[in-house]
Design a protein around this ligand. Structure first.
Ligand code: SF4
Ligand code: MG
Length: 334
């Protein structure tokens, strides 16, 4: 499978009056053509910062990509100028956010906004742009494009507006779409429709998707693989099956118990006690130690190695770390 994106040892910091926040602390992942990777975690875990870093949208200052590599189709994005990045954003990589209104201009018709995006980056005639806009309206499931394109954002419902934003993100045929909490602002039925739409779009266009969410329910529908983030790190990554049914990390287990699941109806929801660590001075060991029911002495002293459980499943936890067995053996013989 063709690798579209490689993120290697990404670190992002924010300098504030109170000190430096280490928001992303050594994130690694790959993304393949046509796949959906979900990045899941509580708010503040670094998932949005990771996606903004890929788009090079970290405001510098106060933010900074302090280390790491982000390769998109072999091109090192962290080395590109802002001008070069502008030719990639919206064309090769597009992003959509939670609130569609922030992406839409209330004073312009949907048609002119759709076509403007296209004509900014490509020299094409008005007629060709209009044809493409019609195709996009069809792709995202908005009927009567002739009339609808003449209307303004306020004339659409929230769900329809998110469809328009998706159409705008896709009109230049990007190879990567990053969606940051794209359904969080919508009610449950509309959420389901938008998620279905992502699946359909992927089938038709082959676009790779990074879906950022705090909601594992959303992920269950459309993700191929899931990366779970905690305190600026990916602590477990695997296929959807591995994460849901062969869960290894105590934090992932906690997350799964704290959200409603269609396949486990009637199970009691249990919130995870405690709060994530302060990222001004993150712990040197496992950042979940203070909340982990299985924490051992070594956990807050040394960060666990990443253990490869299958080709696709990887976890950072001392319970899987080979060195733990040696430590136990050593203590036993003392
Ligand atoms: Fe819990 Fe230790 Fe694993 Fe961290 S490394 S999740 S504290 S068992
Ligand atoms: Mg966020």
């Amino acid at each position: 499978m063709e690798k579209i994106l490689e993120v290697d040892n990404l670190h992002v910091t924010f300098t504030t009056y109170g000190g430096t926040v280490k928001a992303v602390r050594g994130v690694n992942f790959d993304l393949y053509k046509g796949e959906t990777l979900a990045i899941v975690g509580e708010s503040g875990c670094g998932k949005s910062v990771t996606s903004n870093a890929i788009m090079r949208l970290i405001p510098d200052p106060p933010g900074k990509i302090s280390n790491g590599i982000i390769k998109f189709k072999g091109r090192e994005l962290t080395k590109l100028s802002e001008k070069e990045m502008r030719s990639i954003r919206g064309v090769d990589i597009s992003m959509i956010f939670q609130d569609p209104m922030t992406a839409l201009n209330p004073t312009l018709t949907i048609g002119s906004q759709l076509m403007e995006g296209l004509r900014q980056h490509h020299t094409i005639s008005r007629d060709q742009a209009k044809k493409k806009a019609f195709e996009m309206m069809d792709l995202v499931g908005i009927p009567n494009p002739e009339e609808r394109l003449k209307q303004y954002p306020h004339q659409f419902s929230g769900g329809m507006r998110q469809r328009i934003v998706i159409a705008m993100a896709l009109i230049c045929e990007p190879e990567l779409l990053i969606a940051d909490e794209p359904t969080t602002a919508l009610d449950v039925t509309i959420q389901a429709q938008i998620l279905e739409l992502f699946g359909k779009i992927q089938e038709q266009t082959g676009v790779s998707i990074i879906l950022i969410t705090h909601d594992l329910g959303v992920v269950a529908k459309i993700a191929d693989r899931i990366a779970v983030m905690y305190a600026g790190k990916i602590i477990e990554v695997g296929t959807k099956r591995e994460i849901f049914y062969h869960t290894q990390h105590p934090y992932t287990k906690g997350l799964l118990k704290s959200v409603p699941r269609l396949d486990l109806q009637g199970e009691k929801l249990v919130p995870i006690d405690g709060t994530p660590p302060d990222l001004f001075s993150p712990p040197i060991g496992c950042p979940f130690t203070a909340r982990c029911p299985l924490a051992m002495e070594v956990c807050d002293k040394v960060y666990p190695n990443s253990s490869q459980l299958s080709d696709t499943h990887e976890v950072d936890c001392w319970l899987q770390d080979e060195r733990a067995k040696q430590l136990l053996a050593a203590t036993a013989t003392k």
